[in-house]
Design a protein around this ligand. Structure first.
Ligand SMILES: [Zn+2]
Length: 285
């Protein structure tokens, strides 16, 4: 289903929020846990430098100063410094903000889109379904869905490329997962993962270390996901569609059963953190 060429991806994290660990594992102990905002740098031979999500930056504090957006930081207090931001990390990696060709938005929750305004030259790839919801909602209705409208660049509609418009799609026979092949380049494929947020998607890639399916927020912990342990029912208040969430989880499990060599990673999963290149002083899990 994908060419034999390999594409390496680099994982980073920009800030974290703090929440009860029982949210992801209702059977686990009480305690607070850090949910790191992981994002991915991809140096694509044809598409150029791609960011898949971008973590938090200081614009979160500005966007959540006033009501009703302030509710967001009450529910999930965020810790981030300027040097944690994607733009600062990339500069340390020798990548200027203007070198980023595409900023791929898995979905519009703040821990994925805070950095949008830091990359003015990047074209923005998102799902049409996801953006239609963002454009339609405002005020409390938007915050309730995890959307902070102040984080959306004013020129968003000039720079956006909808995934559905730039891709050919195919459906995996066994799992029924839908894959998007952007610009006819199957080195990096996007995977439709609805449920957690409207129009959310992840990616599938063959790296020199093996195949990775990055499931973004389709689950919180891969160990819970692989053992069929569902998150706390409280998450149903925040996610887009519980039936679709369950259906996406079922399809992902089927895909892994039929592709046992594929590693599944999620944005906030402790297994993903093993891949994250943290500055040494920040590595506290
Ligand atoms: Zn999310």
């Amino acid at each position: 289903m994908v060419s034999d060429e390999k594409l390496d991806v680099l994982f980073f994290a920009s800030g974290y929020c703090v929440a009860q660990s029982r949210i992801v594992n209702p059977g686990g102990g009480w305690g607070w846990r850090r949910f790191y905002a992981v994002w991915v740098l991809i140096k694509h031979p044809v598409m150029g430098v791609i960011l898949f999500d971008g973590g938090y930056n200081l614009s979160f504090n500005i966007a959540t100063k006033a009501w009703p957006d302030r509710l967001y930081r009450w529910v999930t207090p965020v810790v981030v410094t300027d040097s944690d931001s994607a733009v600062s990390i990339l500069k340390r990696e020798g990548i200027s903000p203007v070198d980023v060709k595409y900023f791929v938005i898995s979905h519009f929750h703040a821990d994925h889109i805070c950095a949008l305004n830091d990359f003015p030259n990047a074209e923005l790839i998102c799902s049409k379904k996801g953006y239609e919801e963002v454009a339609r909602l405002d005020g409390f209705a938007a915050v309730r869905k995890g959307i902070l409208k102040r984080l959306i660049p004013v020129d968003f509609e000039k720079r956006v490329l909808f995934l559905e418009d730039i891709s050919i799609t195919h459906i995996d026979n066994d799992s029924q997962l839908t894959f998007f092949v952007p610009f006819g380049q199957d080195l990096l494929q996007f995977v439709d993962l609805p449920g957690h947020a409207r129009g959310m998607f992840g990616f599938y890639v063959k790296t020199s270390d093996g195949e990775i399916l990055y499931g973004t927020d389709a689950s919180w912990e891969s160990d819970m996901f692989l053992n069929g342990i569902l998150p706390s029912p409280v998450v149903r208040l925040f996610i887009d569609s519980w039936p679709e969430y369950m259906e996406t989880n079922r399809k992902l499990l089927l895909f892994l059963r039929n592709n046992p060599g594929t590693q599944i990673l999620f944005t906030h999963c402790s297994r993903t953190l093993k891949y994250v290149r943290f500055p040494v002083e920040n590595r506290i899990i």
